[in-house]
Design a protein around this ligand. Structure first.
Ligand SMILES: NC(=O)c1ccc[n+]([C@@H]2O[C@H](COP(=O)([O-])OP(=O)(O)OC[C@H]3O[C@@H](n4cnc5c(N)ncnc54)[C@H](OP(=O)(O)O)[C@@H]3O)[C@@H](O)[C@H]2O)c1
Ligand SMILES: *[C@@H]1O[C@H](CO)[C@@H](O)[C@H](O)[C@H]1NC(C)=O
Ligand SMILES: *[C@@H]1O[C@H](CO)[C@@H](O)[C@H](O)[C@H]1NC(C)=O
Length: 330
């Protein structure tokens, strides 16, 4: 009886407010559709990576950690290269437990130090039998004007120069392990980017955004030039925009007050990708079998995409390669 009464009450309640309910339902469906669309592509490949070795930079948090977990689940030996060893150890243990793969190792890498990059590369060259996939994922976004150990502007230094040196130092091992892949996590931010050849460290006019855009454009130009240089070696290259994702990347743009931070974060929770969603395009570029013969392209939502015109400028790519080589002493 009580149930009957309750049902009637509910029906009356809804009937009296039918327009309101229709609007609420439509808004709900709209929001869910929008959220699914925002989630973007998913990597569908089920390929296993038993016996293969993957190195991924900055995998203690964010999309790097999600990528490492996925590749560990596929059976790969996963090396996570991070600057903070205690954060990295915690992440590695979490990845081992979730993936049930004990073959997850931590190596020290500070991309803001050329010496640290050389040291890691030497360790890998000497102690690893192979390297099948290199994922240049670590990144820093819109920090104040900081400099690296070697005096380079921080975002260009970490996002571009550190990875440039690392990639070059690991090239022999990658070639020996061919078919192998290099994947670079770039960003949509490259679209407003420009390479400031006459002021590469932005000493004259630094803004955090300009620097981030320049560093992410550099990632794409290098993928193109690298694809040319590696033609016929069996090493293929990929770069990508992962989406707009709720990770620690936003740390330099967040207010320090916790209350303010929570208020600002609210819409982000609904409209930004989760780290799992954000890792899908990286995973797709790293493992999808149908991409084996593609090289030098740019991807977004697990599909190729044309980057901005300035990211297709092969002359700028060559010039940047030469400048970077001289900056890191190659
Ligand atoms: N999140 C987005 O919306 C978005 C959009 C477009 C592109 N991306 C790109 O996606 C990549 C991953 O970002 P995320 O969102 O996962 O950010 P995140 O959560 O901040 O992770 C970045 C990782 O990079 C590491 N890192 C920073 N500086 C380093 C250095 N000097 N040496 C070694 N490691 C360093 C961080 O280590 P610590 O924890 O020790 O700082 C962390 O592990 C970046 O390349 C970023 O540009 C992200
Ligand atoms: C990745 O980016 C780094 C730095 O910009 C560059 O040196 C490297 O060649 C790039 N590799 C690929 C595959 O894009
Ligand atoms: C890639 O090229 C090789 C050699 O030409 C060929 O055997 C292979 O089927 C190709 N793979 C894909 C996925 O296109």
């Amino acid at each position: 009886m009580a149930v009957q009464n309750y049902a009637n009450m509910l029906r009356d309640f809804v009937e009296e407010r039918s327009t309101g309910f229709a609007i609420a339902v439509a808004a709900g469906v709209g929001l869910v559709t929008l959220r699914i669309w925002l989630a973007g592509g998913v990597c569908r490949s089920r390929v296993r990576l038993d016996g293969k070795t993957v190195l991924i930079t900055g995998a203690n948090t964010g999309i790097g950690k999600e990528t490492a977990l996925d590749l560990a689940r596929r059976g790969a030996r996963v090396i996570i290269a991070c600057r903070d060893m205690s954060k990295a150890d915690t992440a590695a243990e979490d990845i081992r437990q979730k993936s049930r793969n004990r073959n997850v190792v931590v190596k020290k890498l500070n991309l803001a130090s050329l010496q640290s990059v050389r040291q890691l590369a030497k360790d890998i060259e000497e102690n690893e039998k192979r390297l099948d996939i290199l994922i240049n994922n670590a990144g820093i976004m819109m920090c104040p004007k900081w400099t690296t150990e070697d005096g380079f502007e921080m975002q260009f230094g970490v996002n571009h120069l550190g990875h440039f040196l690392l990639t070059n130092c690991l090239m022999d091992l990658l070639k020996k392990s061919a078919p192998s892949r290099i994947v670079n996590v770039s960003s949509l931010a490259h679209e407003q980017g420009k390479i400031h050849f006459d002021d590469i460290n932005l000493d004259r006019d630094y803004t955090p955004l300009k620097s981030y855009q320049q560093s992410k454009l550099a990632n794409i130009l290098f993928t193109r030039e690298l694809a040319v240089q590696l033609k016929g070696t069996g090493v293929t290259t990929y770069c990508l925009h992962p989406g707009v994702i709720r990770t620690e990347l936003w740390r330099h743009k967040m207010p320090t007050s916790t209350l303010l931070k929570n208020i600002i974060s609210l819409p982000f929770i609904v409209f930004m990708k989760t780290p799992w969603e954000g890792a899908q395009t990286t995973i797709h570029c790293a493992v999808e079998e149908s991409l084996a013969n593609d090289s030098g392209l740019y991807y977004s939502d697990c599909a190729p995409k044309k980057p901005a015109p300035q990211a297709q400028d092969d002359q700028a790519a060559k010039r940047l390669w030469e400048l970077s080589s001289s900056m890191v002493g190659l």
